[in-house]
Every structure is written in structure tokens, then in C-alpha cells.
Design a protein. Structure first.
Length: 365
């Protein structure tokens, strides 16, 4: 029974091995079709990413403008409060002047009038002063409330823009990761195509060599001496003349260390400066792209205003050096080396040194 059981297992194993499919390597033509499809996907992803970056750029411009509106609203609110306070003080002085001895002074001016008309004019004047003061005070209070309401509205709109920015950043990260993966797939397919082409060329060369050898054997059959004289030619072909591999010397990358040093020094000079939305004034208030733009301007280099424009306008590098821009979606900083950067991070946090957070390094110098 045991012998039958073992025989059954052996038979089943043999059958399973026999039906295991053997897949042939894809042909060069199939690989090219796959590469073409992958390249179309890359093109579509790049188009989506370009559209998204345009939205991010517009959003950043909107946020800068909104920040400026909030700053103006704060200034207007302060001015309205000062006007209200001044009106209250003026009103107090007028009341004190007219009623410094109770109602006596005002009453005396009315009763001492030369005629009924003058008396009525005096009474109307005092009444009009009171009405003017009340009206002006009410207008100042109303204006102050309108400005305060506007400021609240602008701050709510800014929060909505920040939420939208976070959503765009998530989309950008997802698209970038997908694009990177698809580009790697294209590169791998391209490598497979090259290998398939090389293998086809090798086989063709082998076949040609076999055919040439067969033809030579046929033509030299029966004449052994002619075969011996061919050795000299064969040996002379092994000198490898003309087959020496020459490795090209890579061109030295352009480098402007002076400009890079100036950029870093300018960044250090702004440490402690307050963060201000839309800020571009060194020593007073800067936002992230305002800081990077200022540092490059000190070095004599003009760069765009927003972070997305700074990414698009510069050169992405894989060997970061101090003076490069550290770019992440919606944020930029100045790389100072050692895995650190100087950044204008967010409201309430002054310009400071931080550990690097980066998606790309961008260079303008």
C-alpha cells in the first residue's frame, strides 16, 4: 500500500512539473510596444503635474495677495480705532467746554442773545454740535466694525487657501511618486530593449561567423597548405588596432562659489527676522520665497517670486551645495550645508536654521 502511495505522489509530481508553463523572453518588438505605452503614461502624468503646478503657482500668488490684504486690513483697523478714540476725546472736550458749570454757560449764551432769532440760532448750534459728535462717533464705530469684519473674512479665506494648498501638495506628491515609478519602468524597458538588440546582434554575428567558416572550409577542402598560410592573417587580426576604448573626460560643471557664498551670507543675515505673508522686505518681514529671492538678489541673481516659479526657473541638481534652494511643494529655503537650511517657515516663527526638508535641490548660480 505504501509503495502504491509513493508511486502516486511521484506520478502527480511528474505531471505537475510537466505542465509548468515556460514563458519565452519578450521580443524586442514587444518591449518597444510596452515602452511606447509607458511613455504615453509618463507624458500624461507630466501633463497632469504641469497643470497642478500651475494651480499651485496661482494659489501661492493668491495667498501672497491675501496676506497683503490682511496686513492692510490690520493697518486700517488700527487707524479706525485711533479715529474713534480721537473723536471721543474731542467730544469730551466740547461737552466740558459747553457745560463746564452745569448748563449755566450754554443757557446764559441762549438767554443773552439779542433777539429771538439769535437765541434760536444758539440753541440750534448747541444741538447741532451734539448731533455732529454723535453722528461722527457712530460712523467711526461702524467703520471700525466693517474693517474688523473684513479682517475676519480675509483670515477665513486665507485658512481656506491653506487647506487647498495642503490638498494640492498631497496631489503633487502622489503624482510625482507615480511619475518617478513610471519613468523607472521606461528606463528598465529601454535597458531590456538594448539587451535584446545586443543579443540579437550577437546571434546574428555568430550565425554569420558559422556561415563564413563553412564557406571557407568548402573552398579550402582538399588544399591543406592554403589553410596553413591563413594563420598569419588570423594572428595579425589579434592586435586590436582601432579597438582601443577611449573614455571621454566629463566636462567640469560650472561653479560660482562666490555667488553661492554670498547667498548663504545673506540668508544668515536675516536670522530672527519675523515671518510675514507676502513679505519681501529684508530686516522687517519675509516669507519663504521672499527670503530666497532676497538672498539671490544680494548675489546679483534675479529669480522668480513664488516657490513653484523658482523650481521651474532653476536647475534641479543631485549634488547639493551651500547656496542651493531646498524646494518642497509650497515651500523653499536656502541650503547651508551639513543637512541644514535657513528658512522663513510660518507665522509666529522668525527666520531660523532647520534640518533639511527637501524634494528637489534647485540651483541658480
Amino acid at each position: 500500500m505504501k509503495r502504491i502511495h509513493n508511486a502516486f505522489i511521484a506520478t502527480a509530481l511528474a505531471c505537475s512539473l510537466a505542465v509548468t508553463p515556460v514563458f519565452a523572453a519578450p521580443s524586442e518588438a514587444d518591449l518597444k510596444k510596452q515602452k511606447s505605452a509607458a511613455e504615453q503614461q509618463v507624458s500624461s502624468l507630466q501633463s497632469q503635474l504641469t497643470d497642478l503646478m500651475a494651480k499651485i503657482n496661482q494659489l501661492e500668488n493668491d495667498m501672497v495677495a491675501k496676506g497683503e490684504e490682511i496686513t492692510q486690513a490690520e493697518a486700517d483697523l488700527k487707524a479706525a480705532q485711533e479715529k474713534e478714540d480721537q473723536q471721543q476725546e474731542d467730544m469730551k472736550l466740547r461737552i466740558k467746554y459747553m457745560y463746564e458749570e452745569g448748563d449755566g454757560s450754554a443757557l446764559e449764551r441762549i438767554l443773552s442773545s439779542g433777539s429771538i432769532a439769535e437765541m434760536l440760532n444758539q440753541a440750534d448750534y448747541i444741538k447741532s454740535v451734539h448731533e455732529y459728535d454723535r453722528k461722527m462717533l457712530e460712523e467711526y464705530v461702524k467703520t471700525k466694525q466693517q474693517v474688523a469684519d473684513l479682517k475676519d473674512t480675509l483670515e477665513t479665506e486665507m485658512k481656506n487657501l491653506e487647506t487647498m494648498q495642503a490638498d494640492y501638495e498631497k496631489q503633487q506628491k502622489t503624482l510625482s511618486a507615480t511619475l518617478e515609478s513610471k519613468q523607472a519602468e521606461v528606463a528598465d524597458l529601454d535597458k531590456q530593449i538594448q539587451e535584446a538588440a545586443a543579443e540579437a546582434a550577437r546571434k546574428a554575428a555568430e550565425e554569420a561567423a558559422k556561415q563564413a567558416a563553412a564557406a571557407a572550409n568548402n573552398s579550402n577542402r582538399g588544399n591543406s597548405n592554403s589553410g596553413n598560410t591563413s594563420n598569419g592573417g588570423t594572428n595579425s587580426g589579434n592586435t586590436n588596432t582601432g579597438n582601443t576604448t577611449v573614455t571621454p573626460t566629463p566636462a567640469a560643471p560650472s561653479n560660482n562659489s562666490s555667488a553661492a557664498s554670498t547667498i548663504v551670507s545673506a540668508a544668515y543675515s536675516q536670522l530672527g527676522v519675523p515671518y510675514v505673508w507676502g513679505g519681501t522686505t529684508p530686516g522687517v518681514g519675509l516669507d519663504c520665497s521672499g527670503l530666497t529671492q532676497y538672498c539671490h538678489r544680494v548675489a546679483g541673481i534675479s529669480i522668480p517670486r513664488t516657490s513653484s516659479e523658482q523650481l521651474a526657473g532653476g536647475t534641479i541638481v543631485s549634488n547639493p551645495q551651500p547656496g542651493d534652494i531646498c524646494w518642497t511643494p509650497g515651500h523653499v529655503a536656502i541650503y547651508i550645508g551639513g543637512g541644514q537650511m535657513i528658512e522663513a517657515q510660518q507665522t509666529g516663527v522668525p527666520v531660523c536654521v532647520s534640518s533639511v526638508r527637501v524634494t528637489y535641490y534647485v540651483r541658480y548660480w
